[in-house]
Write a protein that binds this ligand. Structure first.
Ligand code: PMP
Length: 571
């Protein structure tokens, strides 16, 4: 049994609070937190041994070089590579896949060749293959999954043929937690002569990796998902494959000899590590791997399976909540949606955040997978070695509370129906600035972000209804995680007054729309163009408290109104 309290005590982040609550971190599939062992190793490297590597004759550079190369040896041991030269340091899983797609793909793909991916892939294991397919004329074929989120092996075997050049699949799905039978997937691909890349980003911190036993041709992962730093990752590749591929980037360290006529390349691993690498990242990664080994992956895996079972039991008992992905073999990931009452995952995420609980919401960079389930997003909790059963109980209790509150609200706010624009009327302030001042005064009066957040949600509840007939492709605003429609028009009987209706499936966004409506709707094009929205958002603290995607969504809505104002102003 793992002593979770002792493990947790090694993570300084858990000394912090979120909105006044103890931090409950359930987003390890996005990034794990770092233990003191890793933080201290990186710190000591910077304090005592930093210098550029490989070329320095002085002792400090040689020490840094030794640490960097020892880190490579640690990686090789961790994944059981035959030779550490087969382990290339990259920025992460994404760069590793791009490297293989670009270099192996350029040397090996021709028109009509096929690349097989699965429906479960992360965008970083889709888009690089699309890029090289477009260049070479190769085609992408996709392995379907069943409703539980498992790869359909029979369908996979039918896709395999003499045209298959490469199969790229993940070992664990980041969105659903499905553990794929990669050993069988690899063997079947090899039987038709195809090469296999395994995206191990979601596996390496949760079970033993043995690239030789798997017989993987390429295996990729990121440091920040196994208790290490960001900006460092690994590409493992079989020596013969790496040797016969062209280099990825040109620059220092990857050459043997350079003349203007001809350059020869350095042997592995330097051939694929152009420029000064992330030395401290490699040192931190090695410290993370050693730290994981000190606990033992068997112990970690057993602990996370207990968390998974508990979370699955608790969340499936909540009425109105539906778990997505019920594969027989899963790692510590639970993804869900709330269908009764329908709740935007963004709202679930922000409501949990206000209780100190960090989860991920959205498409998890797996839009094709979301499309397979006919949904736009899920809410996802993912576990690490530091999570305990109490974290999961807190999540389940908070979700029960959030759903109950949404239910109570739903029964008291009857949906208003209007056709077309109907008799839309909004009393406009004297100017956008006057409206902004009114809003800012209320924000200043509310003491903290949770109260301001609630105020925004309350405004959203009172948003003027937008008729369904106005929610078309033309009124959809892109750049938002949630669905947003905004229909703007010149107010009847005027030549330059702009008004708009908008709606979203997320309550927080509805609140932001209400703010925008208060500021812009009913104002002249000139006044709209003169108003500095960004400065206003900063003034009321939205720039600090909204996520990047939400800020982008807000900016996209503002842009839609401004575009119409510009058209009106230039007529
Ligand atoms: N593959 C999978 C399965 C992932 O979960 C992720 C990260 N979410 C990646 C690839 C990309 O990893 P990185 O962003 O570290 O390059």
């Amino acid at each position: 049994m793992l002593d979770v309290a002792a493990v947790r005590a090694q993570f300084p982040i858990f000394e912090t609070t979120a909105h006044g609550f103890p931090l409950i971190y359930l987003d390890s599939a996005a990034s794990t937190q770092q233990p003191t062992a890793v933080i201290a190793a990186v710190n000591a490297y910077h304090r005592q041994t930093h210098a550029n590597i490989h070329r320095g004759v002085y002792q400090l550079s040689q020490t840094a070089t030794r640490l960097y190369e020892e880190a490579r040896n640690t990686v090789a041991r961790f994944i059981n590579a035959a030779d550490s030269a087969e382990c290339i340091f990259t920025r992460g899983a994404t760069e590793s896949i791009n490297l293989v797609a670009a270099c192996w793909g350029a040397a090996n793909l021709n028109a009509g060749d096929e690349i097989i991916l699965s429906t479960l892939e992360h965008h970083s294991n889709i888009v690089p293959w699309q890029l090289i397919a477009q260049k070479t004329g190769a085609h992408i074929r996709v392995i379907p999954i069943n409703d539980a989120g498992e790869i359909q092996f029979d369908a996979y075997q039918q896709l395999l043929s003499s045209r298959t050049r490469l199969v790229a699949v993940n070992q664990v799905s980041n969105a659903l937690g499905t553990i794929n039978s990669v050993r069988e997937i690899i063997a079947a691909a090899h039987a038709v002569g195809a090469v296999v890349l395994i995206d191990g980003a979601q596996w390496v911190a949760h079970g033993v990796t043995n690239v030789q036993e798997l017989n993987a041709d390429f295996y990729v992962f990121s440091g920040h998902k196994l208790y290490g730093p960001t900006g460092i990752g690994v590409l493992y590749g079989k020596r013969d494959l790496l040797n016969t591929m062209p280099p990825y980037q040109g620059g220092g360290d990857m050459i043997e000899q350079v003349t203007f006529e001809r350059t020869t390349y350095a042997p592995l691993p330097s051939k694929y590590e152009a420029g000064t690498p992330n030395i401290s990242g490699a040192v931190g990664l090695a410290a993370a791997l050693t730290w994981i080994e000190s606990i033992g992956l068997a112990t970690i895996s057993a602990h996370e399976q207990r968390l998974l079972q508990h979370a699955t039991a608790r969340l499936s008992a909540i009425s109105g909540l539906e778990i997505k992905g019920m594969a027989a073999q899963k790692s510590g990931v639970v993804s869900w949606i709330v269908v009764d009452p329908p709740l935007a995952t963004l709202d679930i995420g922000t409501q949990l955040d206000l209780r100190g609980i960090c989860i991920r919401t959205g498409h998890h960079c797996c839009q094709p997978l979301m499309n397979r389930f006919g949904i736009a997003a899920t809410a996802r909790a993912s576990f690490g070695v530091y999570n305990n059963l109490d974290d999961i109980d807190r999540l389940a209790e908070a979700l029960t509370e959030i759903i109950a509150a949404a239910r109570a609200k739903n029964t008291i706010s009857p949906a208003l129906q209007q056709e077309g624009w109907g008799n839309f009327k909004l009393t406009a302030a004297a100017s956008p600035t006057a409206a902004a001042n009114e809003i800012a005064e209320i924000f200043e009066f509310l003491p903290d972000w949770p109260m301001r957040h609630q105020h925004v949600i309350d405004l959203g509840d009172k948003l003027l209804p937008m008729p369904e007939s106005l929610k078309t492709a033309a009124t959809a605003v892109h750049g938002c995680q949630s669905t947003v429609h905004i229909a703007a028009r010149i107010a009847p009987g005027t030549t330059d007054i702009i008004e708009f209706l908008a709606d979203s499936d997320a309550n927080l966004v509805r609140g932001l729309i209400a703010l925008l409506q208060q500021i812009y709707s009913g104002q002249s094009a000139a006044a709209i163009l003169a108003f500095d929205a960004e400065a206003f958002f900063a003034r009321i603290g939205l720039d600090q408290h909204l996520s990047m995607s939400r800020r982008n969504g807000l900016a996209a809505m503002v842009q839609r109104v401004r575009t119409l104002a510009q058209q009106v102003a230039s007529e």
